[in-house]
Ligand binder design. Structure first.
Ligand SMILES: [Zn+2]
Ligand SMILES: [Zn+2]
Length: 196
């Protein structure tokens, strides 16, 4: 199996080498309750089978707020999220609506070079669309978005399989259709390799 990023060959998909070398760090950006962070950590760790931890992010997102759009600039927020000592892959989790200039909104964004990504929880709740809360659905969606952005940081692109977590979500219908896990084509491409 060749890593899509560094070309290395591994004898074992997501094997011991992966567990030892790659750590995932989740960081709350703004106010996210501890219980939610813990739940997301457990779910992400269950998909990747590698050490996953929660570390303090930052709470002041005001630098990235765009008052005209009443949204937060995703790329700027992503750029302000830095790795701290020992971080390998980092996902910032924000409960605000994110955008990039040419799109109405984004669910998340990843920087493949730095291995850092962010995800917005804002549009994943049924309440956002005027429906009754559905915690199970919200958690499933959040997990899929986090795993998807992490997949990008591991060098994966979008997948044409609409059940694969790396399938591009144009809407929540796409997110709900896909699973939280990688398809058989994508999973072998996730490899421990150094991010330059
Ligand atoms: Zn994507
Ligand atoms: Zn796939």
């Amino acid at each position: 199996m060749h890593c899509s990023v560094c070309g290395k060959i591994s004898k074992d998909n997501l094997g011991e080498g992966f567990k030892q070398k790659v750590k995932i760090t989740l960081k709350p950006l703004g106010n996210i309750v501890d219980e939610l962070m813990e739940e997301l950590k457990d779910r992400v760790s269950g998909i990747f089978h590698c050490p996953t931890e929660i570390k303090a992010g930052f709470s002041d997102l005001s630098q990235t707020y765009n008052p005209q759009r009443k949204q937060y600039f995703s790329s700027k927020l992503l750029a302000s999220l830095k790795k701290s000592e020992g971080d390998e892959r980092v996902v910032g989790i924000a409960d605000v609506d994110l955008y990039v200039p040419r799109l109405n909104f984004v669910f998340g964004e990843a920087d493949v070079v730095s291995g850092i990504a962010i995800v917005s929880l804002c549009r994943l709740r049924q309440e956002y669309y005027g429906s009754a809360p559905d915690e199970a659905l919200f958690l499933a969606r959040a997990t899929k978005e986090i795993v998807h952005e992490l997949g990008h940081t591991f060098g994966l692109g979008h997948c044409s399989n609409n059940k694969c977590v790396m399938h591009f979500s144009n809407s929540l219908a796409d997110t709900d259709l896909k699973e939280a896990n990688f398809c058989n084509n994508c999973r072998p491409k996730i490899m421990p390799c150094p991010i330059i």
